[in-house]
Design a protein around this ligand. Structure first.
Ligand code: PLP
Length: 372
C-alpha cells in the first residue's frame, strides 16, 4: 500500500498505540480520582501535556485538551467571541479556512457579527496588506490558519499580530495549526497567536484528540460545562488514553527541519515528474508546504482518478477529506477553473513515504492519462 493521504489522517505509530492500550487496560484510572490509579492517570496526562507544550515552546499550563482539531477551533472561536462580545462586532478570517472555522463563522454571522473573509491569491495565500487593512478597533477575533489543508499554502499569520498592535485592536489572534503542527517550526511567539489549534490524528496519534493552546493571561469562555476539568475550560472526563497516545506520538515525531528536507526532496521529484506529464497542472503554489501537493488534469474527475490509483494500491484524496464531493472552496478562491477543480487530487505526505513510492505514483498518473 502506498499511502499519500496523510493530511486526511495518519497511521498511528506503534509507541502511541501501545500507550493507548496500556492506558485503557492497565493505567485506566480517572485523573480526578484521589487513589493511586487516578494519580497515575493524571501523571500520564500531565506528561503528555509537557511533551506537546515543549514541541511548540509554550508552558504546559497553556495546553487544553479537546476531542479533536474541530473542537479546538470551535472552543477558540466561540470562546473568544463570547468573552469579548462587548468590545466589538467584527471578526476577520480567510475564505479558505477549514469547515470547522468557516461554519463557526457562518453561525456568528447569523448572530449578528460582521465576518470579513479575506481572499487569497492564485497560490492560495492571503495578502499581508489585506490582513492589515481588515483589522481595526472593532475587531474582536482574527482567525487565520497557518497551512491550508488542501493547497498547502502557508499564511503570513504574524502580520495579523502586527496589525492588531498597530491598530490598537482588542482582537485575539487564533491560528488553526492542525496541518502545521510537527511540520513547520512555529511557536506562539513566532505567530504572535493567542490561541492555536492542533490535532492528534494528523501526527500519528489516534483520532479523537486535539488541543488548544491558550496564551497565559488570555481568557475565553468554555463551551462545555460540567465537572470543570481542564481548569474549567473543557469539562468532561479526560480521554487519558488518547492524551497519552498523543504525547507519545509527538515524542516520536522527527525533527521538523530534517523531516521537511526529506519531504521536500520527494515533493520536488513529484513536481518535476508531474510537470513533465502533458495534461497535468499543479494547483499548489511554489512556496506551499512540501507536505501537500494539489494537482489536476482537465480530463479525469477526482473520484475516477482516486479509484484508478486505489486499484494500483495508491491512496490519495480529492480536495480535503472533509469536503465530501462538494466543489473545493479553496481552489475556487485561488481562481482554479471549475474543470480543474473537479479533477483535483491532493497528494499529502509524511516521513514514512519514500522516493520509490513517488515514482510509483508518477507512473500511475502517466498511465491514467494514457487511458483517456
Ligand atoms: N483544521 C484543519 C486545517 C484540518 O485539516 C482539519 C482536519 O482535516 C481540522 C481542522 C479538523 O481536525 P479534526 O479532524 O481533528 O477535527
Amino acid at each position: 500500500m502506498v499511502y499519500f493521504d496523510n493530511s486526511a489522517t495518519t497511521k498511528v505509530c506503534k509507541k502511541s498505540a501501545e500507550k493507548a492500550l496500556y492506558l485503557m487496560t492497565e493505567g485506566f484510572g480517572n485523573p480526578s480520582s484521589v487513589h493511586s490509579l487516578g494519580v497515575d492517570a493524571e501523571g500520564e496526562m500531565e506528561n503528555a501535556r509537557k511533551i506537546i507544550a515543549k514541541k511548540i515552546s509554550c508552558s504546559p499550563a497553556e495546553i487544553t485538551f479537546t476531542s479533536c482539531g474541530t473542537e479546538a477551533n470551535n472552543l477558540a472561536i466561540f470562546g473568544a467571541v463570547s468573552k469579548n462580545k462587548r468590545l466589538g462586532k467584527k471578526i476577520v478570517t480567510t475564505c479558505v479556512e477549514h469547515p470547522s472555522v468557516l461554519n463557526a463563522m457562518k453561525h456568528l454571522e447569523n448572530e449578528g457579527y460582521e465576518v470579513i473573509y479575506l481572499p487569497v491569491d492564485k497560490e492560495g495565500c492571503v495578502l499581508a496588506k489585506d490582513i492589515e487593512n481588515a483589522i481595526d478597533k472593532n475587531t474582536i477575533l482574527v482567525s487565520i490558519m497557518l497551512i491550508n489543508n488542501e493547497s498547502g499554502a502557508i499564511m503570513p499569520v504574524k502580520v495579523a499580530r502586527d496589525a492588531i498592535i498597530k491598530n490598537n485592536s482588542p482582537a485575539l489572534l487564533h491560528c488553526d495549526c492542525v496541518q502545521a503542527f510537527g511540520k513547520i517550526d512555529f511557536t506562539p511567539a513566532t505567530l504572535g497567536a493567542d490561541l492555536i489549534s492542533i490535532s492528534g490524528h494528523k501526527v500519528h496519534a489516534p483520532k479523537g484528540i486535539g488541543a488548544l493552546y491558550i496564551k497565559k493571561g488570555i481568557k475565553i469562555n468554555p463551551q462545555m460545562l460540567g465537572g470543570g476539568q481542564e481548569k474549567g475550560l473543557r469539562s468532561g472526563t479526560e480521554a487519558v488514553e488518547l492524551i497519552g497516545a498523543f504525547g507519545e506520538a509527538v515524542k516520536e515525531l522527527p525533527t521538523v527541519d530534517i523531516a521537511e528536507k526529506y519531504i521536500r526532496n520527494i515533493n520536488n521529484r513529484l513536481r518535476e515528474g508531474i510537470k513533465s506529464i502533458d495534461g497535468f497542472f499543479i494547483n499548489s503554489g511554489e512556496n506551499a508546504s512540501p507536505y501537500i501537493l494539489n494537482v489536476s488534469t482537465e480530463k479525469i474527475p477526482s473520484e475516477v482518478m482516486i479509484r484508478f490509483l486505489e486499484s494500483k494500491g495508491i491512496f490519495v484524496s480529492g480536495g480535503s477529506a472533509c469536503s465530501k464531493g462538494a466543489r473545493s472552496h479553496v481552489l475556487l478562491a485561488q481562481g482554479v477553473s471549475p474543470k480543474r477543480i473537479d479533477c483535483a487530487i491532493r497528494i499529502s505526505m509524511c516521513s514514512d513515504n519514500t522516493m520509490e513510492e513517488a515514482e510509483l505514483l508518477l507512473d500511475a498518473l502517466k498511465e491514467a492519462l494514457n487511458l483517456v
